[in-house]
Design a protein around this ligand. Structure first.
Ligand SMILES: Nc1ncnc2c1ncn2[C@@H]1O[C@H](COP(=O)(O)OP(=O)(O)OP(=O)(O)O)[C@@H](O)[C@H]1O
Ligand SMILES: [Mg+2]
Length: 384
């Protein structure tokens, strides 16, 4: 995803030390020095502007903003950039990610020490942001109109109610449904308002729509032709940043197996695939299962959800199970009246009428998904 070259910002007010580091970096290509700043007060705007991959800060930095105070400011600003602190043996500094110190380098050090530390800190930091307890659930179906948006929205709210900090992404970039569903003003920010090149955590906070239902929403572009401006690379970066902040990330997807959708699916921990008792379901679902197998997704990555499970369609439940090769993991009943009513009002039915059977089903799906990921104990899931 990220380019191999590491973009470094140096904060150093001792000219001889800055000169020494520049000299070490001169003879190689893996680290590119973007700038050297000697005034701590100018660092935050420069990080915003230059988007470094790593910042190197002298712990003994003098001036208005001292070294370690600056490090704390960088961490608090939420740029999602790791910091290496430069120090001397007489002034020991401990690595402490909670305080924004991701690596320490004590003088004197060689070019080899410097490169190694930069590479290691960058790698550890990237790993830290892709693991942890955050989970991505994409709500997908090979067919349109089967309830992806309805279920993604209500599932996201149910996950929020289950104490997960939750964000819902309108992954239907061309014909996003969430804007109209939630009655969001046309000028509300969207995924397109993120900087195209180097997105940071702080940028994300500005473009998320805070829904009254308690979840945050990353909207699709306001116009169809704008969808092309989002690339698969952007998706990688956006999801890895969201993972740092949210416990649950739900994606309302469109039906195509496009580049963008494959990025969403690749990065998902679980694909919630919606099926219905409709005669075209079997064919499409098997075709997608084949495609997923070829991509190399394990069967366990997909969990099937039967929507409108109580309304008979063109096929019998047994025939569907046989075609899927297993019993669908989740089911949600039909409730035309409640769904239409709450969709019209732009409110989730899990909040509008939490005890309706369809809401209870969605709450159960949320609990089952969390249990499957070891976030919620199965006992707690069963109580719902
Ligand atoms: N369980 C349900 N009970 C009753 N109606 C439902 C249910 N699920 C979905 N619907 C209705 O089905 C229609 C399609 O739902 P929705 O828009 O969520 O599907 P979608 O898969 O997101 O469609 P698209 O492919 O256009 O994005 C809506 O009118 C919605 O109200
Ligand atoms: Mg939809």
């Amino acid at each position: 995803m990220a380019s191999d070259q590491t973009r470094l910002l140096l904060v150093e007010d001792v000219p001889q030390v800055a000169q020494y580091i520049r000299g070490l970096l001169n003879s190689q290509n893996s680290v590119k020095l973007l700038d050297t700043l000697s005034d701590g007060a100018k660092v935050l705007p420069q990080i915003q502007q230059l988007r470094p991959d790593v910042v190197l800060v002298d712990a003994l930095l003098q001036g208005r903003v001292k070294g370690l105070a600056l490090v704390e400011q960088i961490a608090a600003a939420g740029y999602g950039v790791p910091v290496i602190v430069l120090t001397v043996p007489q002034n020991p500094v401990e690595v402490d990610p909670a305080k924004g110190i991701h690596g320490v380098l004590a003088m004197p050090f060689s070019g080899y020490d410097l490169m190694n530390r930069i590479a290691l800190v960058r790698k550890d930091y990237a790993e830290m942001s892709t693991t942890g307890s955050s989970r991505i659930f994409s709500v997908f179906a090979p067919k349109g109109g089967v309830g992806k948006t309805t279920i993604a929205f209500n599932l996201a709210v149910a996950l929020g109610q289950a104490d997960q900090r939750t964000v819902l992404i309108d992954g239907s970039l061309q014909f996003g449904d969430l804007r109209s569903l939630l009655k969001v003003p046309l000028d509300a920010p969207s995924i397109l308002d993120l900087p195209t090149d180097r997105v940071a955590e702080s940028d994300l906070q500005d473009v998320l729509w805070r829904d009254p239902s308690g979840i945050d929403i990353l909207l699709a572009p306001p116009r169809v032709e704008m969808a092309e401006m989002v690339t698969a690379r952007d998706i990688d970066k956006i999801l890895s940043l969201l993972r740092r902040v949210y416990g649950a990330i739900v994606i309302d997807m469109s039906s195509a197996l496009s580049d963008i959708n494959l990025s969403f699916l690749d990065l998902s921990d679980t694909i919630v695939e919606i099926v219905t008792y409709d005669s075209t379901t079997i064919h499409n679902t098997i075709a997608v299962a084949d495609a997923f197998r070829m991509i190399g997704y394990p069967a366990s990555k997909v969990r099937y959800l039967i929507n409108r499970a109580d309304s008979p369609g063109g096929i019998a439940p047994g025939a569907l199970e046989q075609a899927l090769g297993r019993v669908p993991e989740h089911r949600v009943v039909s409730d035309g009246l409640l769904v239409v009513q709450s969709n019209n009002e732009g409110v989730p039915f899990v909040l509008a009428n939490p005890s309706a059977p369809i809401s209870v089903d969605i709450q159960r799906v949320a609990a089952e998904l969390l249990a499957a990921h070891g976030i919620l104990r199965p006992a707690a899931a069963g109580r719902r």
